[in-house]
Design a protein around this ligand. Structure first.
Ligand code: CP
Length: 307
């Protein structure tokens, strides 16, 4: 089995390693159905979350528990860990590394996981670093596309919403770029368009993409419509810009009516109002299945890192 150590950014994965993770994730689904395993017995995972989370923290904690390991955790670490007393991230990581075998870190600063990995001495998993990356989300997104569409090559993916601040779409672009025949459409309000670093990366790797305004037109062509939330927390004082961006692109019945029968809508969640709840009952609404897949993919990562 391929060995993993840190999980810091989507670019670190190649197709063979992604295949190995997905193969293990399928095995993990069987493990869950049989009420877990003891493969990570006596191993300890520390989850350090400096930003809010439901899915990432709880799915990692569920994953570790289902594999027989233990969990120590700090949510709202900015407030409830010794960061509140002025401790540096590096010092916190050095200390927590002495209590655990792997650290899962969510932080508000881009690059925080790399800083943590530099001093940890144990594996660090980036669970979202500011507007930087969210590689484990991108892996579960790709796993979901594979399951829902049946392939990862020759697909058309429309990435919609806050593409400037959305770390999930940034990581997903890096992963999708590895597959032949992928075409991406970027559909975003003016003030939150995809950043140049990702566009330059795609150009350098000859991955076709287009920035477009008409969501309905793109929905006709897409295998996957990947909607994202406008990230209010990244706008700071610019509340006017946030209000302008919010509501510009909503996935509702009219968008679903444009989509192919086999196509799917995905969303990393949480959503606010960018997917109309009336869409939830449509079998093409894959976002809750997507969130559940996160458990299997994170179990696979922990197993490959620690077992
Ligand atoms: N998709 C995601 O990262 O969700 P949480 O913020 O709830 O972890």
């Amino acid at each position: 089995m391929d060995r993993l150590y840190h999980v810091l950014e989507a670019q670190q994965f190649d197709i063979d390693l992604i295949d190995a993770i997905f193969f293990t994730a399928q095995e993990m689904e069987q493990v869950v159905q049989h009420y877990g395993s003891n493969i990570l017995n006596r191993r300890v995972m520390a989850t350090l979350f400096y930003e809010p989370s439901t899915r990432t923290r709880l799915s990692f904690e569920s994953a570790m528990t289902r594999l027989g390991g233990g969990v120590i955790t700090t949510e709202s670490a900015q407030e409830f860990s010794s960061a509140a007393k002025g401790e540096t991230l590096e010092d916190t990581i050095r200390v927590v590394a002495g209590y655990s075998d792997v650290i899962v870190l969510r932080h508000y600063e881009s690059g925080a996981s790399n800083r943590a990995a530099a001093v940890a001495g144990i594996p660090v998993i980036n669970a979202g670093d500011g507007a930087g990356q969210h590689p484990t989300q991108a892996l579960l997104d790709l796993f979901t596309i594979q399951r829902e569409i049946g392939r990862l090559q020759k697909i058309t993916v429309a990435l919609v919403g806050d593409l400037a601040n959305g770390r999930t779409v940034r990581s997903l672009c890096y992963l999708l770029a590895k597959y032949e025949g992928v075409k991406m459409y970027f559909v975003a309000p003016e003030m939150v368009r995809m950043k140049d670093d990702i566009k330059e990366y795609l150009q350098r790797h000859q991955v076709p993409f287009e920035e477009v305004e008409d969501l309905h037109e793109v929905a006709r062509q897409a295998d996957v419509v990947y909607q994202t939330r406008i990230q209010k927390e990244r706008f700071g004082e610019r509340t006017g810009e946030y209000e302008q961006a919010r509501g510009r692109y909503i996935v509702d019945r009219s968008v679903m009516d444009c989509m192919q029968e086999y196509a799917v809508v995905m969303h990393p969640l949480p959503r606010v109002d960018e997917i109309d709840p009336e869409v939830d009952a449509d079998p093409r609404a894959a976002y809750f299945r997507q969130a559940h897949n996160g458990l299997y993919v994170r179990m696979a990562l922990l197993r490959m890192i620690l077992a």
